[in-house]
Design a protein around this ligand. Structure first.
Ligand code: SF4
Length: 385
């Protein structure tokens, strides 16, 4: 068919989408043909055959909120160190967290380890093949369950991520904004999911969104669906999907305590298992809260009694749902006090799974001077203990 012909897809009633069986078949076939010729070769992928469940699961967990380019070296490192599920289950959590360092969203690494242990203990080391069974495992939500079911077990599960939402919004010219349109976009995607080669189809759709139907400048000339695409035909592709205006990110506040012994070793401790950065090592800190911390409250949360001095400036770090401003206090101790944690020379911090925020705090504490008593606001210097 020549490119000047009008789009085949013309039905979108009441915000919904309908397809003739012939068009549905044609869209699936064109996408799979394109995937066979143009789909990306990735270390966890086996085109034309179901993927290995362990590799598919590992890659899907790593790919949550993270780009393919960032994931590839981590995936290869994990597979090199723990080539089988049983090896990962037997690994120490600290080793897994350390290997995860830099990928962010560390709850994924803790759940990954826990999930491997549950599968080895309760499932004879095998992944369930159905979405419901997969969803019952630690760290596996609806998206990841659908991806594993489709890619590793060739089940006709519909996999919907941001790429797929974008392609569906454009193909069917769905103008309702995200996130309200999520269910509609998912139904549109489900209406196209095939029974034959569903795993390849799911990966093809993700690839199309990642490499051709890109957010700002879709390459419609290279798209297998170009002649059916309503957004392309009406010139609105780059404007879809629409998004409701985001609420501004709230700011939270914390105090961090950089306490050094005479030999230069600094106190690190492990954060609680639950919550953001759970189980990771930290420079001892207060809880993160919506209200700024007056220095008068610093003593209550300090890990030990010391003469604390305020470090000039603050450390800013932005998470997905909020921004954190951390004020750093520096103290010295003779190290005889019994405290929870480990004493580590800053030169050896690389041996610990320190998240990016803690590295920033360490850099700030080491590079900035403390405010002298005369320079600091009266309330900003606290002599504790
Ligand atoms: Fe996306 Fe263009 Fe293909 Fe439509 S024709 S699905 S806008 S790349």
């Amino acid at each position: 068919m020549k490119k000047s012909q009008p789009p085949e897809l013309g039905t979108a009633r009441g915000g919904g989408v309908t397809l003739t069986p012939a068009l549905r078949r044609s869209l699936r076939r064109r996408l799979l043909d394109w995937y066979d010729a143009e789909g990306r070769d990735l270390p966890w992928r086996s085109k034309g055959a179901p993927g290995d469940p362990y590799r598919v699961w590992l890659s899907e967990i790593m790919l949550q909120q993270t780009t393919v380019a960032s994931v590839i070296p981590y995936f290869q490192n994990f597979i090199g160190r723990w080539p089988e599920l049983s090896a990962l289950a037997a690994a120490g959590l600290d080793d897994v967290l350390f290997a995860w360092q830099g990928l962010g969203y560390y709850a994924r690494a803790r759940n990954l380890h826990r999930c491997a242990q549950v599968l080895c203990a309760d499932y004879d080391g095998r992944f369930p093949a159905d979405e419901a069974g997969l969803r019952s495992l630690p760290g596996i939500g609806p998206y990841t369950a659908a991806a594993i079911a489709a890619i590793a077990f060739d089940r006709p599960a519909t996999v919907v991520d941001g790429n797929v939402e974008r392609v569906m919004a454009r193909l069917f010219a769905i103008t309702a904004p995200l996130p309200e349109s999520k269910a509609l976009l998912a139904r549109a995607a489900a209406g196209l999911t095939p029974k034959r080669r569903p795993g390849d189809y799911a990966q093809a759709l993700m690839d199309l969104g990642a490499t051709v139907c890109t957010p700002r400048t879709p390459d419609c000339g290279a798209c297998p669906w170009w002649r059916s695409c309503r957004a392309r035909a009406s010139g609105m592709a780059a404007n879809l999907p629409r998004r409701a205006k985001k609420k501004p990110r709230p700011t939270r506040y914390a105090l961090a305590y950089w306490v050094a012994r005479r030999d230069g070793a600094v106190l690190l401790r492990r954060r609680a298992e639950s919550g953001l950065l759970g189980g990771m090592m930290e420079i001892p800190s207060t809880p993160w809260r919506a209200r700024a911390w007056p220095i008068s409250e610093a003593a209550h949360h300090a890990p030990l009694a010391a003469h604390w001095r305020l470090v000039a400036g603050t450390v800013g770090h932005t998470f997905t749902h909020f921004h954190l401003e951390t004020t750093v206090l520096k103290g010295r101790t003779n190290g005889v006090a019994l405290v929870e944690g480990v004493w580590v020379q800053p030169a050896d911090f690389g041996n610990y799974a320190l998240p990016t925020l803690m590295k920033k705090i360490a850099g700030h504490a080491q590079s900035k001077s403390t405010l002298a008593h005369a320079d600091a606001p009266r309330a900003a210097v606290a002599v504790l203990g």
